[in-house]
Write a new protein. Sequence first.
Length: 105
Amino acid sequence: MKDFLKIGDSEYRVEANWNAIAGFCRKKGVSDLSQLDVLVHIAIDDILPLMHCCIKEGERLEKRNFPMSESELGSVVNTAVMGQFMRIYARQSQMEADGGSGKKK
């Protein structure tokens, strides 16, 4: 299932996959896996960089370029859009109830 955020007159895909998470960790200076709790307890200052990384990755998967910088994105989103993003992020970050979709050997 693809998730999209409407920002202004455009819709952008949001994807919280490993590429997006790794990009966010690079922005935060996180290089140690033991520090990944930053993804569970997201500070207010972390929401915009995480959103930017997830939208950039979603748009890359759609074969499109995301035209906004992080600060440009921050100037056009409001708390309603941020809340919608956080719901998408939470849903995409949850493991499926059956333990995931890994295949047994």
